[in-house]
Write a protein that binds this ligand. Structure first.
Ligand code: APR
Ligand code: PHB
Length: 390
């Protein structure tokens, strides 16, 4: 098979890149390891920055999003039993969108197939040659090759993109957090109109939502925690304890539809480009979920990549391609800092260091009492504008 851009991975990064390229008349083939059903059901996060929504609007991918999303203009930080609202929109003029990642993936797949975009499901790539822009993959029981001018490795943290770059050509930056998140999806009406981030002596908790009938909640647990040790009632008891407050707030519970434990890590590989291979999204960087940045960062990467590829095909100039990694990494490290800072501010540190606890609370009290601090938090949380020319 031959195409202009070979895209490995049909997550938000790969699918949006294919769409942005198609709008510029550039062909691509998307190879996805899993089935369509699997990627459209995979429960992930669901917070979209305004920049992400504006882009989806611009490229005609936001119709259902606008019909079904929840729009937030603030969030709450809960500590010492009291909730403190951060008025995100008042401070930044920008709003948040709650729309599940797998619903966005459904929209992207539907748009891609409706436009006749080549997308092979159950086609795991086994090797990428960055020098020749060739991808070897399995499909229908046969090993095949896709040759292109460029390859986009949008295959996440566990894909082949990241490992196709020789180890001596990249530097990996890693930070593991000494805790994980137990996340649930519950058939219960949200107990608050906005997200609640709780910094509690029993550990972190997050009240989020998907729809007026579906709530999404998270609990800080130990990194080696086992799901079997968390029967539904224990989860609700712990959530009630960590979201308890002094204003009569009641946490609505209900049947738990899905639950899972995810590790929290910060990870970046530099550079994000090697020869004809360009890494975008989780294949190049992972952020802890606390700042809800993973999806939005993947969108920012492919914005830069699509315009760089377009420039190359239209003008032959490779400035954008040559600057791709540096351009993206500036935003990646800003977001890494913000996500690390938010995570360390809100989670109980296992060593129970009393000094660290006092410093966390001092940071939180400053954040909710200083407009300057709240504005800095808000502008990072709602997302910095997407790179120009995207
Ligand atoms: N061959 C083909 N496809 C692959 C391979 C492979 N060898 N390995 C992985 N994939 C697919 C996965 O099945 C997945 O559908 O690549 C896709 C990667 O998608 P994501 O993991 O969603 O990554 P990305 O598109 O970068 O989006 C980042 O996803 O995980 C969340 O929190 C993360 O929100 C962030 C967003
Ligand atoms: C979610 O709704 O899944 C969510 C919200 C905020 C986060 C992380 C996840 O920080």
């Amino acid at each position: 098979m031959r195409t202009q851009v070979a895209i490995v991975g049909a997550g938000p990064a790969g699918l949006l890149l294919a769409h942005l390229l198609r709008l510029r008349g550039i062909e691509s083939v998307v190879l996805e390891r899993q089935s369509r059903d699997h990627i459209e059901r995979r429960i992930r996060a669901g917070v979209l920055e305004q920049g992400t929504v504006d882009l989806l609007d611009e490229v005609g991918l936001a119709d259902r999003l606008h019909r079904e999303r929840l729009v937030h203009s603030g969030l709450e930080l809960l500590f010492d039993g009291t909730g403190h609202r951060i008025p995100l929109t008042d401070l930044t003029g920008r709003e948040l969108t709650i729309y599940a990642q797998h619903e966005l993936v459904k929209d992207l797949v539907a748009a891609h197939l409706a436009a006749g975009g080549p997308l092979l499901f159950e086609a795991p790539a086994s090797a990428i040659d960055p020098a020749t822009a060739t991808v070897r993959f399995q499909h229908d029981g046969r090993t095949r090759e896709l040759t292109a001018d460029l390859v986009a490795g949008c295959d996440g943290f566990h894909g082949v993109g990241r490992t196709a770059v020789p180890a001596d050509a990249v530097t990996a930056y890693d930070h593991e957090y000494p805790f994980s998140w137990l996340g649930i999806l519950a058939e219960a009406p949200p107990s608050s109109d906005e997200l609640i981030y709780s910094c509690h002596d029993r550990g972190f908790a997050l009240h989020s939502m998907r729809t007026p009938r579906i709530t999404r909640l998270y609990l800080q647990v130990a990194p080696d925690e086992r799901l079997d040790d968390w029967p539904d009632e224990r989860i609700w008891t712990e959530l009630r304890a960590r979201l308890a407050r002094d204003d009569g707030f009641e946490l609505a519970d209900g049947p738990i539809l899905d639950k899972g434990i995810t590790a929290l890590r910060s990870h970046v590989v530099e550079p994000m480009r090697y020869d004809k291979l360009f890494l975008a999204g989780d294949s190049a960087h992972i952020v802890p979920a606390t700042g809800a940045k993973g999806l939005n960062l993947a969108v920012a990467d492919v914005c830069v990549l699509a315009s760089a590829i377009d420039e190359w095909y239209r003008t032959g100039r490779s400035d954008g391609l040559d600057g791709y990694s540096d351009t993206c990494l500036r935003r990646v490290w800003r977001v890494q800092h913000f996500s690390w800072w938010m995570t360390t501010m809100l989670h109980l540190l296992p060593d129970g260091d009393p000094f660290a606890r006092r410093v966390q609370l001092a940071q939180l009290r400053y954040l909710v009492s200083s407009t300057a601090a709240a504005t800095s938090f808000a502008e990072n949380y709602v997302g910095l504008p997407l790179p120009k020319g995207a």
